[in-house]
Design a protein around this ligand. Structure first.
Ligand code: SAM
Length: 350
């Protein structure tokens, strides 16, 4: 198999934003890249007009991207016959050894219809690979992706660092019964996305202090309190459920844009529904002034040109940080809807 394109998965409805982001990334690296993006499929394909696709993927990182959740190298989809599907897939793969198999479908209505078949093909395909001597777990051979949708079987390869090992790039987070709403999953996913496990343990310790701007009804405050942090929950609206009376959570009725903490805190989290540029400026100001060591803030994107809006917010953040060293991440999380989540933390080595 000789891949000539990069396949990306994103939230359905975000194909245009993903394409705009990838074309900009390719352009910045000197490739005249162009994308094929079909509305609401949750799938985008990038071609490079000059050079090979691996010239691009050798330098591009999914981890640093905003909208794509998954990425792998591929070629034309394989039509799936009614019989001996594994044989057809192995023939398309050729003599390429692989170290793992990820079977997945796009996160769309049409994509979900293929989930059962994708799962059913997993074990026989692995056996077929083993019988052909191509199954080499633990080696540095690329990961094999099998994505099924209405266009056929997209067979893909991902060398280390290109893809997400989770099917569809989707985290599976549990919702405890006592969680007040699904909203806390955004913050949990942000921690898992922007902090590695060791950094998470260091940055989220019992007794640390957090401010939650736009806290009501209280999902993010609930999660912070469960991790043992002391929370100042700022919102003119009421907190609901157990978080309203939880020890260590103080509800402050105030405007999140003008309220300031009496002394610096470890975490600022912010989920206020407001213009994203305004929230970006506020969080960057808190960070630059040393009011917090870490920040997670949600940027709402009700507009049509969302990639452009996110890049505008990135510039706003950079402008407000000035010369303050920081690690900035912005990602369209699985649990985000029409919004992205941004992170600010100490620069590497600090
Ligand atoms: N993260 C919250 C949770 O997990 O329950 C949900 C937050 S909700 C999406 C947005 C909240 O922002 C609303 O409760 C709203 O009252 C609050 N908000 C909007 N503008 C605000 C402001 N200027 N100051 C304080 N809160 C604000």
């Amino acid at each position: 198999m000789e891949p000539d394109r990069l396949l990306l998965l994103c939230r359905p409805g975000y194909e245009g934003d993903t394409a705009a982001e990838l074309q900009a990334a390719a352009g910045a690296m000197g490739f005249p890249g162009y994308c094929r993006a079909h509305a609401d499929t949750g799938r985008v394909t990038l071609f490079t007009g000059a050079g090979t696709i691996t010239d691009f993927t050798d330098h591009w990182r999914l981890q640093g991207a905003i909208f794509p959740r998954q990425a792998f190298l591929t070629t034309d989809p394989v039509p799936l016959p009614d019989r001996d599907r594994v044989g057809a897939l192995l023939a398309a793969l050729g003599d390429c050894a692989v170290s793992e198999l990820v079977t997945e479908t796009p996160d769309s209505e049409a994509g979900r219809a293929w989930t059962r078949l994708a799962r059913a093909l997993s074990a026989p395909l692995r056996q077929g690979l083993a019988a052909a001597g191509l199954w080499q777990p633990g080696s540095d051979a690329p990961r094999l992706h099998l994505l099924l949708d209405d266009d056929g079987a997209h067979l893909g390869l991902a060398p280390a660092g290109l893809d997400d090992p989770r099917p569809g790039g989707i985290p599976r987070l549990k919702r405890p019964k006592s969680a007040p709403s699904r909203s806390f999953l955004k913050l949990e996913e942000a921690w898992q996305t922007f902090l590695d496990p060791a950094e998470r343990d260091r940055a989220l310790q019992s007794g640390m202090r957090a401010v939650d701007l736009g806290a009501a009804p209280g999902g993010w405050s609930w999660l912070l309190q469960r991790r043992g942090l002391e929370v100042l929950a700022v919102d003119n609206g009421p907190l609901k459920g157990e978080v309203a009376t939880a020890e260590g959570v103080t509800h402050i009725r105030a405007d999140g844009f003008t309220w300031r903490p009496p002394r610096p805190v470890d975490w600022l989290v912010c989920d206020m529904v407001e213009r994203p540029q305004r929230v970006a400026a506020l969080a960057a100001d808190w960070f630059a002034a040393g009011r917090c060591r870490y920040a997670v803030f949600n940027l709402k994107l009700p507009m049509r040109r969302r990639y452009a809006a996110v890049e505008e917010c990135r510039e706003v953040i950079r402008g407000h940080l000035g010369s303050t060293p920081a690690r900035l991440g912005i990602r369209h999380l699985y649990h985000d809807r029409d919004e992205v989540t941004a992170f600010l933390g100490p620069a590497p080595g600090q």
